[in-house]
Design a protein around this ligand. Structure first.
Ligand code: RB5
Length: 149
């Protein structure tokens, strides 16, 4: 069975979201589009929270968010336990977000990326493994006891 990848954006990320969905489907993923469904103005937190909740509860392994800068989406997603949402603006950042930080949500700054660059960032994030070792200890220190659901 193919992996389900949820994806969501606000209006600023809508167009790029549609393009990346096609890319994910072409790679064999089952895409779950959590909106927004048009370029009409939308509030990023309304889309970040449902996606982060899926990752937080372990219903999916990872997900993709997009907004203008990536910042609002990452702020909201990172409020959820066990979610590590990384804003990545280059393949190198995406690679390190996986290798060192075990990022389970990729956040793309849609207003600052070409579709080609966004595709490369997405592919890198999808295919790079977490290194573990000393990085596991560091990642484990992110969660605090009073954050657990
Ligand atoms: C929307 O205009 C913009 O503020 C939003 O997409 C995002 O960049 C917020 O962090």
């Amino acid at each position: 069975m193919s992996e389900v990848i949820p994806i969501a954006s606000d209006h600023a990320g809508f167009e790029l979201k549609e393009q990346l969905e096609a890319r994910l489907r072409a790679q064999g993923f089952e895409v779950r589009d959590l909106g927004t469904d048009s370029p009409a103005s939308a509030d990023y937190a309304d889309y970040a929270h449902p996606l982060a909740d899926l990752v937080s509860r372990g219903e999916v392994k990872r997900g993709v968010l997009l907004c203008g800068t990536g910042l609002g989406m990452s702020y909201a997603a990172n409020r959820h336990p066990n979610v590590r949402a990384a804003v990545a603006w280059s393949p190198e950042i995406a690679e390190l977000a996986r290798r060192h930080n075990d990022a389970n949500v990729l956040v793309l700054p849609a207003r600052f990326l070409s579709p080609e660059d966004a595709g490369k960032i997405l592919d890198t994030w999808l295919t790079t493994d977490f290194e573990g070792g000393r990085h596991r200890r560091r990642v484990e220190k992110i969660e605090r006891e009073d954050d657990t659901p």
